[in-house]
Write a protein that binds this ligand. Structure first.
Ligand SMILES: [Zn+2]
Length: 324
């Protein structure tokens, strides 16, 4: 598995694109000079040619020994203006440097800016909206995600999935157009998780974790529904409920796919396609494994009988009768 690191950056109210001296910092160096991480998200430094961006992480003497190149660095910072921990960005496909690189740059101590990591610019992003980090403490026994100075290793891919999903969700719900940033986040997801980002599926999983607390939605027509300060797509609530009611099993072959986080992966197939105005109702959804989903969508299909409780159809010459 590719390494996951959460690294602490000292707070920079200019968004790590300009050097800033932070008088509220906790160590004396940072109250006199900008930290070398000040320019981590300035992607146009002289040294950042082609698709490479150079950055700095304070190691406080410890080296990146456990780290395997190609991993991901998630940047955490304690916002000293508001006193909250935040996730502020990501570097993807990171290589740690055994020898620090020295760059000439004004403002820094001895006019020198140091770099000890480099990453793929196309897989790196400063989050347009920072995420509150408390939500992710569960991945670290409820402790803060990275030490005061330095960084921590993590092994749970779900942490990466959750952070990327949460950021994309915030950007989608914002009034501004963040299409480019969302593309970058999807690229990081594909690089790191190894599959295409599927918003609906991830949201359905999140809903399943809280499904007992969700209200009945039969007569609600709004597209987004807010429950306990979290906003979900109405359709994803409906599909999550159908998946649970049908026990996460393929209705054709009974396959159940267990994921490493203990949940089940299963897909929802529309009988009448979405583009033909097919709805997310129990009469119009089949719960299928990925193979049968593709066969259902692309195979030769003939519906013989369709009621509110069942469907009888022929698929590539085989006849099925399934409950709805
Ligand atoms: Zn199947």
């Amino acid at each position: 598995m590719k390494s996951i690191v959460i690294a602490n950056l000292s707070w920079n109210n200019k968004g790590w694109k300009e050097s800033v001296i932070n008088p509220k910092a906790n160590h004396s160096y940072a109250t006199n000079y900008p930290g070398h991480e000040s320019l981590n998200f300035d992607f146009n430094k002289k040294i950042d040619i082609c698709n490479v961006v150079h950055g700095y992480v304070e190691t406080s003497g410890k080296q990146f020994k456990q780290y395997e190149n190609g991993g991901i660095f998630i940047f955490y910072s304690n916002n000293t203006d508001d006193n909250i921990g935040q996730i502020i960005g990501i570097y993807g496909n990171v290589e740690t440097l055994n020898q620090k690189i020295k760059m000439t740059h004004n403002d820094f101590e001895n006019n020198t800016l140091w770099s000890n990591i480099k990453a793929d610019k196309n897989l790196s992003i400063l989050f347009p909206i920072y995420l509150k980090s408390d939500k992710y403490k569960k991945y670290n026994d409820n402790k803060r995600l990275a030490g005061q100075i330095g960084f921590s290793y993590y092994e749970d891919k779900n942490l990466v999935e959750e952070i990327i999903f949460d950021e994309i969700k915030l950007l989608l719900q914002s009034n501004r157009n963040y299409a480019n940033e969302i593309q970058t986040l999807k690229k990081i997801y594909r690089y790191y998780i190894g599959e295409e980002f599927d918003y609906d599926n991830i949201e359905q999983q999140e809903i399943l974790a809280e499904i007992e607390t969700l209200p009945n939605l039969e007569d609600d027509e709004t597209e987004l529904i807010t429950i306990k300060q979290k906003t979900y797509k109405r359709n994803n609530i409906l599909i999550a409920k159908i998946k649970r009611d049908r026990n996460f099993e393929c209705q054709i072959c009974a396959t159940k796919i267990l994921k490493s986080n203990g949940s089940y992966y299963i897909e929802a197939a529309h009988i009448k396609a979405k583009k033909d105005k097919g709805n997310e109702t129990k009469e119009n959804i089949l719960i299928l494994c990925p193979n049968h989903h593709k066969e259902f969508d692309f195979g030769k299909r003939e519906v013989l009988k369709h009621t509110t409780n069942s469907i009888k159809f022929k698929l590539n010459g085989v006849e099925y009768e399934l409950s709805l």
